[in-house]
Ligand binder design. Sequence first.
Ligand SMILES: Cc1cc2nc3c(=O)[nH]c(=O)nc-3n(C[C@H](O)[C@H](O)[C@H](O)COP(=O)(O)OP(=O)(O)OC[C@H]3O[C@@H](n4cnc5c(N)ncnc54)[C@H](O)[C@@H]3O)c2cc1C
Length: 309
Amino acid sequence: MICSQNDIKFYSDFQLTNFNTLRIKSTAKYFYMPDNEGELISLLKKFKNDNPVILGNGSNILFSSSGISVPVIYTGRIKSINHIAHTIEAGAGCKVQALAKYAYEKKLAGFEFLIGIPASLGGACYMNAGAHGQSICDNFVSAKVYDTEQNKILTLKKEDMQFSYRHSILKEKPYVLLSAKFTLAKGVSELIKSKMDENLIFRKARQPNLAIPNAGSVFKNPENSELSAGALIDKCGLRGFRIGDAEVWENHCNFVVNKGNATSKDYTDVVFEMYSKVKEKFNIELRPEIIYIGKMTGDEQKKWKILKK
Ligand SMILES: Cc1cc2nc3c(=O)[nH]c(=O)nc-3n(C[C@H](O)[C@H](O)[C@H](O)COP(=O)(O)OP(=O)(O)OC[C@H]3O[C@@H](n4cnc5c(N)ncnc54)[C@H](O)[C@@H]3O)c2cc1C
């Protein structure tokens, strides 16, 4: 149902299936789609004490099958992109693939690695998303964020962002990214295009595309192992392991795919089995990249507490 509050439209009991790449069936009690930064800030002020969920492109999250009772604020409509000379500035909800294409059109090099990552800019900065040896932090200049505790806009420089492997300060502080600026290098169209094509070919061979619902790599690669998370899971014999409709992908064991009607419980159970078997065989504790959102059942809570320790 569509409702309106201070002219900002929201939906009640909103189905989230199309707003998460894992296509988990879940419902948001209140779902907001601000059209611009001003509306986003109004909502953040309004829900200051409600701990709202900030949703980018939903490509790194597991929604609870029990639903989301706090307001969900989707940033996907805040997607402006501008550039002056070699500097590109974009809104939080801009898809990073659109950024890569924009940079290519402007003959700017440095965003080729973003092609194929189904992220919003906000989500990519939150996770410090990366591929092919590069990360979003590489060309980063500054971000405009909203501090929801102090109710004010801050400008954070690269050093303030505390970027590291799949980490940024956005995971630590009550900040919502509004927009970010990057400086790229002058490039040659043909070279940028061939790098993007090469990256897409590499990706197609190693990752499920979105026609097979998934949320990207389940675990970070462990620092203390020569083997990747996927290789460790494979050596535990879990390729194709399935509970309900959640399955370890046949082609790469660090992905869990939804074969139809997977629930957050199915997904959690498979991920916990992967974690437990690797711990038992190699004494390595894998840590998840995926973020659980919503109310957990008692069993999910117990498992995610161990997974996130
Ligand atoms: C097929 C596939 C391939 C992938 N390949 C890669 C890859 O190569 N490299 C890689 O790093 N990741 C990859 N991922 C994972 C995922 O795309 C990234 O983690 C991405 O950064 C998540 O962005 P998102 O917009 O989807 O964030 P969401 O999943 O919507 O949110 C993730 C987290 O970011 C927070 N967030 C979102 N927007 C904001 C904001 N504006 N301000 C503050 N917090 C915010 C959310 O609250 C949430 O906690 C892949 C995923 C899939 C499905």
